[in-house]
Ligand binder design. Structure first.
Ligand code: RB5
Length: 149
């Protein structure tokens, strides 16, 4: 599985920890984020990871800024993308199971590195349940289509 990771300047250290963790777990990791010493506006890596997923170049994404909010807002502007901000594993599981999110986001100023690893592991280890949940995602897609005309 190919994972895109993106971050702003608040999250370089946590991004490095999570990228290493993912590589150790056997994932291919593509880094779109700020490196040490760089400043970065969170919409830039949010857009880059989301567009790569929408284009089918990546399977899933991990986005990290100070809170996870701004970077997920940017990702969610890319048609078809569902990015979920999660600060604990239960929400991360449901984001995959019920919402079929392709991207998990969290805040480097909110969660510690061990919690972040659990969030990512849970998200990537959970498959979409489909069924009635697909109907709800179809309604979200209809909203998106209505306002993108
Ligand atoms: C940067 O200071 C901060 O605003 C950003 O990392 C993020 O938390 C925005 O949502």
């Amino acid at each position: 599985m190919r994972i895109g990771i993106g971050n702003d300047h608040t999250a370089v250290e946590l991004k490095d920890i999570i990228a290493e963790h993912l590589k150790d777990s056997g994932f291919e990791v593509v880094d779109f984020g700020a490196k040490a010493g760089e400043r970065c506006d969170y919409p830039v890596p949010g857009k880059a990871v989301a567009e790569a997923i929408a284009a089918g170049e990546l399977d899933r994404g991990v986005l990290i800024c100070g809170t996870g909010i701004g970077i997920s807002l940017a990702a969610n502007k890319v048609p078809g993308i569902r990015a979920a901000v999660c600060s604990e594993p239960y929400s991360a599981k449901m984001a995959a199971l019920h919402n079929n999110a392709q991207i998990i986001a969290f805040g480097a100023r909110v969660v510690g590195s061990e919690m972040a690893k659990m969030i990512v592991d849970t998200f990537l280890g959970t498959e979409f349940e489909g069924g009635r949940h697909q109907n709800r995602l179809d309604i979200i897609s209809e909203i998106e289509e209505k306002y993108s005309r």
